[in-house]
Design a protein around this ligand. Sequence first.
Ligand code: GLP
Length: 261
Amino acid sequence: MELVIQPDADSAARLVALLIAKALREKPHLVLGLATGRTMERVYAHLVRMHKEQGLDFSLCRTFNLDEYIGIPASHPGSYRFYMNRHLFSQINIDPRNTFLPDGMACDTQSACRHYEELIAEFGGIDLQLLGIGADGHIGFNESLSALRSRTREKALAPSTIAVNRTLFDNPAEMPSRAITMGVGTILDASNIILLVTGSTKAEIIAKAVEGPITSMVSATALQLHPRCRVVVDEHAATRLQAQEYYRWIFATEPEWAEYR
Ligand code: GLP
C-alpha cells in the first residue's frame, strides 16, 4: 500500500484522475471499476475535462460499478446508474453498452449477483478499481462484518449509512435500505486499486483503515492485503495518520511519483 497526501480535495481528485488517465492511455481496453459518492464527483469532473481538453479516449474502455441500490430504476435520480450517467458517462465518449452496474431491479437478485461476477470474469477481471470509503469504513456497500472473502451479493445497509446517504435523495424516504455490492473479495481481485479519501470527517476512519489491524469490522482494512493499492488523501483527511512523515517522504523522493509532484 502507498499513501499520498495532497494539499486539498481538488488536487487529490485531480491526482486520481491523472492516474486513471495514465492507465487508460497505456491500455485503451481498460476494465475500470468505478465508485459513487460525493468524493468521486471531482474525479469525474477532471476526467470529463481531460476528455474535452485533451481528447482522453474512453471509446474502448469497459466499466463496472461497485454497487447499486435495490428497488429503484435507472431513471431514479438517487440510483447509481443515474449518478454515473450524469457525472461521467453522458459527458465522455464511452459506449453505454460497455458500462455495467449491478441490476438492482432484477426479480432474482441472487442470479443477478452471480451474473455480475461472471461478467467481470468474462472481461478478464478489473484492471483498476476506484474506491471511496464510507463513514464506518465500508468499501462499496460492504458494511461492518462483511466477510473479507465475500463476493457480489445483496446487503442490508447500516442505519448510519442510510442516515448519511439519504441526504442525497430529494425525498429521503425513497432511499432504499438494501443494495447489491461487489464483495470485499471481488474488490481485492482487481489488479490495481486507488482509494480516494478527503475531508476531516474521514480522518479517523482512514487512519483505522490503513494503519489499524485488519478486521471485518472495517472492510477497508482488507485493502492492506492488496499488493497494488494506492491511497490518495487530502490534508484534512490525513490529520490522524501516524506515519505522515514517511508518506510525504515517499511522494517527494520516489521516481514513480516524479511526474505528479
Ligand atoms: C456510498 C458508496 C461508497 C462510497 C461512500 C462514500 O456508501 N456505496 O462506495 O465510498 O458512499 O461516499 P462519499 O464520498 O459521499 O462520502
